[in-house]
Design a protein around this ligand. Structure first.
Ligand code: APR
Length: 238
């Protein structure tokens, strides 16, 4: 097996965490049917009304730390893939939850940031954070109040680690997309980047996504069922 053929990039989205009890964004009843992106998920929204933005992220953060949210068999299957596959497995997640981390995924990029981290807009320090944030919360590093923001990527901001992701896509032999609608770029374009690089591409999603037609192979169903089955198949065939 060549290095290229043996490396795998897995892109995950909100659908992989659905069966753990977290809402997706664009499905019926999803997060963006209850909140407006323009009011809670842009840098302009934070400038205009930091209280409202903080409240939105405080609620989602407390669900993660207090709720009975846990990784599901799809997260666990990707950990098994990383442990048993002979080549590199890189999981690039759009999710800001920590379920891949809790499952034990090691080679992991949170391209849209992490809900359990805050960044100070004054001194730029980033740290783990599980409590509510208010406009009066002082930054533990520089002491300035009002500057803490969730360490997530808002609409109009650049995702994290794009150089590393681009390099991995250019050299992977296989690209697998799990539980994402393919509605948000640059992640939605990864399947074509991988294909241009000669990778085999597979979509694992509840239903046809916006980008389904770009994939060489498609399997549809709940992630907690189809991801473990697909990983078993890959490991058997190797
Ligand atoms: N198993 C597999 N897939 C599922 C499941 C499930 N149990 N439930 C839903 N899905 C699929 C849906 O069919 C949909 O295609 O997951 C996808 C979720 O799509 P979105 O809600 O658009 O979430 P995502 O693709 O992760 O969104 C991308 O948009 O708002 C931003 O920053 C946010 O990272 C997010 C980005």
């Amino acid at each position: 097996m060549t290095a290229k053929a043996s490396s795998i990039v897995v892109l995950t989205g909100a659908g992989i965490s659905k069966e753990s009890g977290l809402d997706t964004f664009r499905d019926k009843g999803g997060v963006w049917s209850k909140f407006s992106i323009e009011e809670v998920a842009t840098p302009e929204a934070f400038e205009r009304d930091p209280h409202k933005v903080n409240e939105f992220y405080n609620a989602r953060r407390s669900q993660l730390v207090q709720g009975d949210i846990a990784p599901n068999p799809a997260h666990e299957a990707l950990v098994r893939l990383e442990a048993e596959w002979p080549g590199e497995v890189l999981v690039v997640t759009q999710n800001v939850d920590d379920l891949h981390d809790r499952a034990g995924q090691k080679n992991l990029i949170h391209m849209h940031g992490e809900l359990l981290k805050v960044r100070c807009t004054g001194c730029e320090s980033v740290r783990r954070w599980t409590d509510p944030v208010t406009t009066a919360t002082p930054c533990p590093s520089c002491g300035q109040p009002g500057g803490l923001r969730p360490s997530v990527v808002w609409f109009g901001e650049m995702p994290f680690a794009m150089n590393r992701i681009t390099a991995a896509l250019a050299t992977c032999g296989r690209f697998i997309s799990v539980g994402t609608s393919g509605a948000v770029y640059p992640a939605a374009g990864f399947v074509r980047d991988a294909q241009l690089a000669g990778a085999h591409t597979t979509e694992l999603n509840l239903e046809l996504s916006e980008g389904s037609s770009y994939f060489d192979e498609r399997r549809h169903g709940p992630a907690a069922e189809i991801v473990p089955a697909y990983v078993d198949e890959l490991l058997r065939r190797m």
